[in-house]
Ligand binder design. Sequence first.
Ligand code: 5GP
Length: 165
Amino acid sequence: MGKSVARAASGRDRLRLGPARRYAVSMAETIFTKIIAGEIPCHKIYEDDQVLAFLDIGPVSAGHMLVIPKEPAVTLDALSDEASAAIGRVLPRLCRALKMVTGSGAMNVLQNNEALAHQVVEHVHFHIIPKPDGEQGLGVGWPAGELDQEQGTALAQRLRDALTG
Ligand code: 5GP
């Protein structure tokens, strides 16, 4: 809770907030809802009724941008189909613009959910991070195992059931 509060209300604003207000801010607002509202500035790249894209304030590589729905869902599983579709429509266009400007077709699209999976700002966001060379951009740990066929059959069935259930 403390970490998200710190992100939601930055600088002197944070210091002025009492405990009750800090709780309210962490539940309802984040730094990104403030950016959407124009209360905090950003380097805007794209905006429509449902989506905003802007440069990340802590870029992993030059051109690192964030793409967010205006709908204030915390994690991707909570996002509406409509907002998801709006994001999906614009992601490839943003990738093309990034490729054109940075000259790098190599890039990672990253979307973190929950603190354990490295989500810091509690508002759905997609990172688009150019990977211009082996040194810059995202480094990914990928501890691949091997899919057990029997377990895979059962797991896929459970997931299909979850989709329709
Ligand atoms: P997460 O770890 O939640 O997936 O990523 C959050 C991202 O938001 C980080 O890359 C961080 O640099 C970025 N960020 C946090 N606060 C701000 C801000 O005020 N403005 C901008 N443009 N980016 C921010």
